[in-house]
Every structure is written in structure tokens, then in C-alpha cells.
Write a new protein. Structure first.
Lengths: 114, 116
């Protein structure tokens, strides 16, 4: 069964450093998403991406965040200058985009900023 | 704006007992409703979804949820739980008319702990 994969599973970085979280969505999906879950809190929507551009972003997704689909398979989330409060589990998801179609989630990357 | 409230952060239950995980939502427009499950150290997996039609939806592993528009609820139930059902359960809504390509809005999650 096709699945969304994410690398690395755990990333530790120092405050102020740049990190890139990587995702490989399901191959025939057209819509891509990033969510995050701070420990003990809700899963929160960050951004959706379609046709090589951001289709929607939340207020969390400020100028320090960016997304990219550098080739036909990868989907990345970059945090330019990490802050302590960026420590969270980051989930990538993909879907066909059809109304009501489910989003398939990856296993997540746990980002720890020290 | 939409929001989701999961009324119980933790639900302990004995094996083979019934369980209900509660979910209420708030929305001024029609919504799609989802339950996702997260097993330890894994990603989120879709358990079941309500789009339209019959208000009772079922999953392949014995869970069911009923959409109640008047009470704006989508409670998840299982008549007899197994140890393997121990996981975090998330209720979520999506707005088909938002133009936002169906982003999901999640509740805080309910941790179901099944004890022998």
C-alpha cells in the first residue's frame, strides 16, 4: 500500500539554525500539506500546496517557514532560523484533492530545538 | 471559523467493554468529519469519515461514528474494545467550500487506554 514517508524521524538543532524537513508524498497525489503538533497540544494546520504554489497557509506559517517541491517526488518544509517554540512533531500529508478525500499522513519528524 | 472539541483527554477502559469517544464541532458551513487514529510512534491513520448520506459510518475494525447535525456531534463508538485499540484518537473537520483545499482542523485528541 502506498504511504507517505518523512525524513528524518528525529532532528535536533540549535536555536537560530536552519532545518529542512523532507517528505515523499504518495505518487499520484496532487495536494500536499504540513501540520505540526507541539507536545500536549492539538495538531495544527501549517500550509497546503498545489501546482507548485501555496494554496493556503495558517497564521503560524510566517516568513521563517517555506515549502518547496524541488523535484517530482519530494516536498520540503524549511525553517530558516529555528526558535525554541518550533519544537514539535511535524506531519506531512498528501491527498488527491477531491472534495472529502482523505489525507494520508506520514509518520512525522520530531524537531527538537535546543 | 471551524473548531473541534474532544471532551475527554483520556479514556481508560477494560478489554471487551464498550467505549464512546466524544467529539463536537462548530461551523457555520457544511463540514466533512473524520476520525484519525495514531498508534504509538506512528503517523495519523484515517479510521472513518462522514461526507454525506447515512449519518452512521463504520470502519473495518468495528468502530462506528454517528453524525448528529442538531447536536453538532460526531461521537466514536465501539461495542467491545481490544488491547490493540490503545491509541490516540483525533476528530477532525474539513470544509469543502473553503477554497483551502480541504485543510483539516483537529481536536485535541483522546487517549484511549485499554486495560486487560
Amino acid at each position: 500500500e502506498p504511504e507517505v514517508t518523512q525524513t528524518p524521524s528525529h532532528q535536533v538543532t540549535q536555536m537560530g539554525q536552519e532545518v529542512i524537513l523532507r517528505c515523499v508524498p504518495i505518487s499520484n497525489h496532487l495536494y500536499f500539506y504540513w501540520y505540526r503538533q507541539i507536545l500536549g497540544q492539538k495538531v495544527e494546520f501549517l500550509v497546503s500546496f498545489y501546482n507548485n504554489e501555496i494554496s493556503e497557509k495558517s497564521e503560524i506559517f510566517d516568513d521563517q517557514f517555506s515549502v518547496e517541491r524541488p523535484d517530482g517526488s519530494n516536498f520540503t518544509l524549511k525553517i530558516r532560523s529555528t526558535k525554541l517554540e518550533d519544537s514539535a512533531m511535524y506531519f506531512c500529508a498528501s491527498s488527491t484533492g477531491l472534495a472529502g478525500d482523505e489525507q494520508y499522513f506520514g509518520p512525522g519528524t520530531r524537531l527538537t530545538v535546543t | 471559523a471551524q473548531s473541534v472539541t474532544q471532551l475527554d483527554s483520556q479514556v481508560p477502559v477494560f478489554e471487551e467493554a464498550p467505549v464512546e469517544l466524544r467529539c463536537n464541532y462548530s461551523s457555520s458551513v457544511s463540514v466533512y468529519l473524520f476520525w484519525y487514529v495514531q498508534y504509538p510512534n506512528q503517523g495519523l491513520q484515517l479510521l472513518l469519515k462522514y461526507l454525506s448520506g447515512s449519518t452512521l459510518v463504520e470502519s473495518i475494525n468495528g468502530f462506528e461514528a454517528e453524525f448528529n447535525k442538531s447536536q453538532t456531534s460526531f461521537h466514536l463508538r465501539k461495542p467491545s474494545v481490544h488491547i490493540s485499540d490503545t491509541a490516540e484518537y483525533f476528530c477532525a473537520v474539513s470544509t469543502p467550500f473553503s477554497g483551502g483545499y480541504n485543510k483539516l482542523i483537529f481536536g485535541a485528541g483522546t487517549r484511549l487506554a485499554v486495560h486487560p
